[in-house]
Design a protein around this ligand. Structure first.
Ligand SMILES: NC(=O)c1ccc[n+]([C@@H]2O[C@H](COP(=O)([O-])OP(=O)(O)OC[C@H]3O[C@@H](n4cnc5c(N)ncnc54)[C@H](O)[C@@H]3O)[C@@H](O)[C@H]2O)c1
Length: 360
């Protein structure tokens, strides 16, 4: 049972750079898993906030996450995204892991973005990030760590204090973790006066509250051919971060195709493409002759997607439950390697009620 303090202690023992690298590998495997069966994400939306349940099962574990996003509570001491993940063993269905998901979710989301970028734009050098909160900062660190040609990370936030803080945090985390081969990564805090520098980056990550478009493809801000956009913030009905002008010139990679058509950037792009948003009923699938491809199809080799010549590639990230299963597996391995003390969660059958419910 891991509250956030225990997770922080575990991560400090295994090294954050090693953790996100292992995580990316473990997440990639979940997309190839034909036995993975996920439930439709559901919850109690109260826009702009929401509380949701998501989960999946494979042959080893069932992994469920209760996750909330509360951008309306930015003045509170809690982070915007909080949650709890529970992982049970298939067969006995007993809990193997119960943990905080607030500090882990942005690391798993960023590692999932790294999986796609390693495949599609492995040589990326400059990463611009719009929305420098937890997701933005974790993307800065994780992408600079896992993509070996990254030399610059630019962080912009509507709140300048937040972009300054994220730039400090990413700089220090990179300094503490060896990014390899004497490579220096420069981290810049961008303000509104030089926001156009984000458009000069070969990759742009958007990790805002998704309450309006933050990237367009119209003068004076044109996206260069080959730009890769990771749209992280649109993960609920009504949310969006990209302007229609971006959709016009883009091909899409959906972390969970049906979910993206329902609540990702693709919910809006689908209108433009006159698509049925019912999706395929699965996280897999390919639409419009490869213009829209699921991560699962991309990783298993999708020639139609590779042939598409749209100048911009958008990774539509809504949060696929397999990513959490990958995270749970990496955590369980790390806990075992560290001989972490286990908690017995459920009582044995033989335990008499009288020993449980004692009289005072
Ligand atoms: N795709 C996924 O798997 C996934 C997972 C978790 C969270 N999310 C989503 O990612 C988003 C960010 O989550 P977080 O935990 O980083 O929240 P956060 O509150 O830590 O960070 C969000 C930041 O975006 C900034 N921001 C808001 N509007 C902006 C704008 N128009 N321009 C620039 N900056 C702006 C805020 O000031 C804040 O600093 C949320 O929408 C959340 O729902 C997606």
């Amino acid at each position: 049972v891991l509250p956030y303090t225990a997770i922080a202690e575990l991560l400090s023992k295994v090294s954050l750079a090693a953790f996100v690298t292992d995580l990316a590998d473990a997440i990639a495997l979940t997309y190839e898993d034909n036995k993975l069966d996920s439930i439709t994400r559901t919850g109690w939306p109260s826009p702009p906030d929401t509380l949701e349940v998501m989960g999946c099962q494979s042959t080893d574990f069932t992994c469920v996450k209760l996750i909330s996003s509360n951008p309306s509570l930015t003045a509170s001491a809690l982070p915007t995204v909080t949650g709890t993940m529970v992982c049970t063993e298939v067969g006995t269905d007993t809990a193997r892991l119960v943990c905080d998901a607030a500090i882990l979710t942005p690391l798993r989301t960023a590692s999932s973005t790294a999986v796609i970028m390693r495949q599609v734009v492995p040589d990326v050098e400059r990463i611009g990030i719009i929305g420098a909160g937890r997701e933005g900062a974790c993307h800065g660190f994780t992408l600079a760590t896992t993509l070996k040609n990254v030399t610059e990370v630019l962080l912009y936030d509507l709140d300048p204090k937040q972009s300054r803080r994220a730039a400090r945090e990413v700089t220090e985390l990179l300094a503490r973790n060896d990014v390899g081969a004497g490579r220096q990564v420069k981290v810049y805090n961008i303000d509104i006066t030089n926001i156009e520098s984000i458009y000069t980056c070969d990759t742009i990550v958007t990790a805002t509250y998704g309450d309006g478009s933050v990237i367009s493809n119209r003068p004076p801000n044109r996206l260069a051919d080959g730009t890769f956009i990771a749209a992280i913030g649109s993960d609920l009905v009504g949310k969006r971060e990209l302007d229609f002008t971006v959709y016009d010139s883009a091909k899409f990679i959906a972390d969970d195709l049906t979910q993206c058509l329902h609540e990702g950037e693709l919910q809006h792009a689908a209108i433009k493409f006159r698509l049925d948003t019912a999706g395929t009923g699965s996280h897999r699938g390919t639409l419009l002759d490869g213009r829209i491809v699921s991560v699962a199809d991309l990783l298993s080799g999708n020639a139609a997607f590779a042939r598409r010549r749209e100048p911009v590639t958008v990774y539509d990230s809504t949060g696929f439950s397999g990513q959490d299963l990958g995270l749970a597996r990496v955590l369980l391995r790390a806990l075992k390697a560290e001989n972490w003390p286990t908690s017995v969660w459920n009582p044995p059958r033989s335990l008499p009620l009288t020993s449980l419910y004692k009289d005072h």
